[in-house]
Design a binder for this molecule. Structure first.
Ligand SMILES: [Cu+2]
Length: 136
């Protein structure tokens, strides 16, 4: 009986971590390749908090420059990868639907821990950021 209570507690704690959250941008910017022009852009990923496997969800990647202005006409790409296994290539098609906003539909093909890797390039500069998320 005590074991069950413990399990429930762990499950409740896991729920708090459910959904997608950006990692600290500072940590990601430090991972940029040495020598490559590093964009001082800020990436924000809009994605539903609750994601079910095999059900397409709307995603929006918003790109801002250091002054908070949208970065238009950039090459924006999302790559969906599982943290613990190779699931093959999974790249939602993105279109710029508003200045600096790149939207598309993402389908996570399996339940478990995923990362959305966003890559943005423009004018020889680029940046990438990982957004961990859990899929039910
Ligand atoms: Cu998998």
């Amino acid at each position: 009986m005590k074991k069950l209570a413990c399990l429930l507690l762990v499950a409740a704690a896991a729920c708090v971590w459910w959904g997608c959250s950006p990692q600290k941008p500072a940590a990601v910017q430090e991972t940029s390749a040495a020598g490559a022009p590093k964009a001082s852009w800020r990436l924000k990923l809009d994605i539903p908090e609750s994601i079910n496997a095999a059900k397409p969800v709307d995603v929006a990647l918003r790109v801002f420059d250091a002054g908070g202005q949208p970065v238009e006409n950039a090459q924006a790409e999302l790559s969906l990868v599982m943290s613990n296994m190779d699931m093959g290539e999974n790249k939602p098609v993105l279109a710029e639907t508003a200045p600096g906003t790149y939207t598309g539909k993402a389908t996570f093909t399996m339940a478990g821990p995923w990362e959305v890797i966003a890559r943005v390039g423009k004018g020889g500069q680029s940046i990438s950021q990982r957004f961990p998320c859990n899929v039910r």
